[in-house]
Ligand binder design. Structure first.
Ligand SMILES: Nc1ncnc2c1ncn2[C@@H]1O[C@H](COP(=O)(O)OP(=O)(O)OP(=O)(O)O)[C@@H](O)[C@H]1O
Ligand SMILES: [Mg+2]
Length: 239
């Protein structure tokens, strides 16, 4: 904690969030982005990759959910101000890769190949930063919670060994009071950080809030902060 200053960090580029977490996430961190449907997991991830791309840091976005074209269409519509987003995708500064999860992982080798392929995808544009959207989609194609926990642990270890900073989304209709162990994971110790996104749909509007429930090597506010999704990105109100 005292030597927070010497930890090399990667900015998220979202000012309010970087303020809360001491300037960014420690390089090589494995971060879980947990949130309910529509809370903004995909968009916040895509925004972080955009800002990093502007800092000449290439990245890879693995999508198991929306297809590549749909994702590009959505990000262009949502973040109207980032008008060179598609160019950055086309130039492979942001490498978007869709992986269809149809067959499941019949063996450990199968899953290990899935992870090795991601590392190869990253090598193709010298990515430093990775998003997997989502890891919750892997749970039904792994046989049980134990296998899921072991597989995610294996994956984070490979990413750490390769110096990869990774954000992994997990869709769960989590409430502020819920226990995180409901995720089909025996432990969340494989993650260095956990960012929770909440959305509350009120009449005519949505209220969003974010909580950093853990971030190793950083001091951070434990309180919940509100955010807005605007056409120039996430506005995290960190005062
Ligand atoms: N320009 C915008 N201004 C305000 N809100 C927006 C804008 N664009 C998208 N949104 C909101 O962002 C949210 C969608 O974000 P996103 O797709 O990142 O969520 P998600 O957490 O990934 O959802 P899912 O679980 O369905 O994958 C929606 O609530 C949508 O209303
Ligand atoms: Mg999403």
């Amino acid at each position: 904690m005292e030597n927070e200053g010497v930890v090399n960090r990667l900015k998220t580029g979202i000012h309010g969030l970087d303020n809360i977490i001491g300037g960014g996430v420690p390089i090589g961190s494995q971060i879980l982005i947990l949130g309910s449907p529509g809370a903004g997991k995909t968009l916040i991830s895509l925004e972080m990759l955009y800002h990093n791309s502007r800092l000449a840091i290439p990245s890879t976005f693995i999508t198991t959910e929306e297809r590549r074209e749909a994702l590009i269409y959505n990000v262009k519509n949502a973040f109207y101000s980032f008008d060179d987003y598609e160019d950055r995708v086309e130039n492979k500064k942001i490498n978007i890769v869709h992986k269809a999860l149809v067959d499941g992982f019949k063996s450990r080798e199968n899953f290990e190949k899935f992870v090795a392929d991601i590392v190869n995808d990253m090598d193709s544009n010298k990515s430093k930063l990775l998003v997997i959207d989502s890891i919750s989609s892997l749970r039904p194609i792994l046989s049980d919670d134990r296998t899921f926990t072991r597989s995610i642990t294996y994956m984070t270890e490979v990413f750490r060994d390769n110096g990869i900073t990774a954000f992994m989304t997990y869709e769960s209709d989590i409430k502020r009071t819920d226990d995180i162990m409901k995720l089909g994971l025996y432990s969340t110790s494989m993650f260095d950080g956990i960012i929770k996104l909440f959305v509350n749909h009120m009449e005519g509007s949505s209220q969003y809030s974010m909580e950093i429930s853990k971030l190793r090597n950083s001091t951070h506010k434990l309180s919940t902060v509100p955010y807005q999704i605007t056409d120039s990105g996430f506005d995290v109100l960190s005062d």
